[in-house]
Design a binder for this molecule. Sequence first.
Ligand code: SAM
Length: 239
Amino acid sequence: MRIEVVTLFPEFVAEAVRVGVLGRAIERGTVAVNATTPREFATDVHKSVDDRPYGGGPGMVMTIEPARTSIRAAKARLPAGSRSVYLAADGAPLTHAKAQELAKLPGLLLLAGRYEGVDERLIQSEIDESVSIGDYVLSGGELPALVLIDAVVRLLPGVLGDEASAIEDSFVAGLLDWPHYTRPEVFEGQAVPAVLVGGNHAAIRRWREQQALGRTWLRRPDLIEKLALTAEQQRLLKE
Ligand code: SAM
């Protein structure tokens, strides 16, 4: 997969993708992430990329040009069938399902806004969809773009060392994850649940499913409502 990020802070994006799972995926060539700035296409002496909003009010708005030139140059580097996404607080929520959908694409163009956002006509002419990472406002689209990249790239085949860990993660089967423990077996008087050290794999599976169901029921009842629970799951939940 190839990802192009159009941002006023390309160095921030380029630096952030170099670490951890993402960094390894880039090193292995599973994904390529390139960040460029509209500023390089600004034609005035100040390299302006924003202007005052029509209608008045506070803040500035990112202008159509040079962002459009920057977006088009980035699109030209993407394979056919790629999609363009504007990270925006008023976009569709980023969910596991959305990440799965985007992970099937050969390429993504991500536009990160700044100031009050970008001129609406730029979104209408160059962007396929807007995506939000939550109901709060950040000062720029760079962190949202990085969140989206991380959520998508870890779903690409071969990116996670242990494929099972992605299958068992929160939201994949519609539930939250179960609790995890590692050594020491007893920490400040708190012991790891006995079932996890008993070696009975069927019992461990059952305990984990019960924990996942219970946590989801307590913390995210909205997720439980969307699931058609099996008879066994209903029984585990009642226990
Ligand atoms: N005036 C905009 C509003 O009220 O929706 C907020 C603009 S915000 C200060 C600047 C940029 O940050 C936006 O153009 C967008 O790219 C990004 N941004 C802010 N919050 C976001 C969120 N929750 N999800 C995705 N992008 C966000």
